[in-house]
Design a protein around this ligand. Structure first.
Ligand SMILES: [Zn+2]
Length: 374
């Protein structure tokens, strides 16, 4: 980042370090919990008196507000300081007021020569608690669209970029993509369609939790040891995933398995890349017949989501056939359709069954579809 001699549009400084911050596409992993947020302006620049910086911030906020649903940024005057409450610097708090200022340092740390502005980030979990924008007062600013690489910088352009950070966007490094979130001062003045889409996804009315039970499959017959598996994503951290059968708690289901497909489909959810859950279950423990299998996800915030499916458990006479010796094929084998195998007579402990096998794409093997005692 420091090798370029282009003026940088500010690192998005993170002052509260939490291990859970994750990156998803061009979002920085956080967001505002509320659908409305206020940024106060306390913008005074000694070298450029009389410029209405506040109005430029209002226009910059409007550029985002007009294209993004789900979050509204209000700009108000306010006599606040950005570094209030930074425990590291031992500065007293101001009740998490968001503010934009000119300053020649950020909380006492020097700007490097190329940095035009920074947006500070204070957060808890995945939610911002305070963000502050500090414009580098050592730079020359103007409000009428300075040309690229001229020594005076277009305040509006930089304000639009920093507000992009403020609302949740990270830098977009790809020069092929039209964006105001390119980390270097460039030609783009207003949010691009990509920029707006990023925030629209972030603040859309997404469910708190999305859950998909992939196995068992509805109305299938299950016998022996099988899998209960699927995926779950949540805005907040998932606390537990539980298995219930016929409304009786069975156990917790381990989760966190790699699911690149889910991560790609739901980039707006943190940790979607590891959304998999799975456990083995002995269907033979259930009485033969129909059963409801329900999986419930609970997140750290107390949100819950569940999904259920009805299956048919095996009709074998014993719960667990502990030896292959106890199973004997004693009748003819036939084929039905293209991919069903019918074992017309199978004996287990002296009882006779017809067993139908079908190819299952979920388990990638021949599974028992149906058992009937003869
Ligand atoms: Zn930036």
């Amino acid at each position: 980042m420091f090798v370029s001699n282009l003026p940088r549009l500010g690192l998005s400084a993170v002052l509260a370090l939490l291990p859970s911050l994750s990156l998803a596409s061009d979002l920085d992993g956080g967001k505002w919990r509320s659908s409305e947020v206020t940024l106060h302006t306390n913008l005074n620049h000694d070298v450029f008196p009389g410029v209405d910086w506040h109005y430029q911030m209002v226009k910059a906020a409007d550029a985002w507000n007009s294209g993004v649903d789900g979050i509204q940024l209000n700009i108000e005057n306010g006599d606040y300081q950005p570094c209030a409450g930074v425990s590291y610097f031992d500065i007293p708090g101001d009740g998490n007021k968001n503010v934009a200022v000119f300053a020649d340092t950020w909380c006492g740390l020097s700007f490097d020569y190329f940095t035009l502005a920074v947006t500070l980030n204070f957060y808890e979990g995945d939610y911002y608690t305070e963000r502050d924008i500090i414009f580098n007062s050592n730079k020359q600013w103007e409000v009428n669209g300075a040309a690229n690489n001229q020594p005076r910088y277009d305040f509006y352009r930089v304000a639009v970029h920093e507000i992009g950070h403020f609302l949740g966007l990270d830098h977009e490094e790809d020069e092929e993509i039209a964006t105001v979130m390119y980390p270097y001062y460039g030609a783009q003045r207003n949010p691009s369609a990509d920029d707006l889409q990023g925030l629209n996804i972030l603040y859309s009315d997404e469910q708190a939790i999305r859950l998909n039970l992939e196995e068992p499959i509805a109305d299938r017959l299950y016998t022996g040891i099988g899998n209960i598996r699927g995926w779950a994503v949540a805005r907040d951290r998932i606390k537990k995933i539980e298995l219930f059968i016929d409304d009786k708690f069975i156990s917790r289901i381990p989760f966190g398995g790699a699911r690149g497909d889910v991560g790609n489909a739901f980039p707006q959810y943190p940790r979607a890349q590891s959304a998999g859950f799975s456990m083995a279950y002995n269907w033979g423990l259930l009485r033969p017949g129909r059963h409801q299998v329900r999986v419930k996800v609970t997140d750290d915030n107390g949100n819950e989501s569940s999904t259920s499916t009805e299956i048919v458990s095996g009709l074998m006479s014993t719960a667990f056939v502990d030896s292959a010796e106890r199973v004997e094929i004693t009748g003819p084998i036939s084929v039905r359709g293209k991919n069903e195998i019918i074992l017309q007579q199978v004996e287990v402990d002296g009882r006779r069954y017809q067993v139908d096998l079908g190819w299952d794409k979920g388990t990638q093997k021949w599974d028992i579809r149906y058992i009937q005692e003869r």
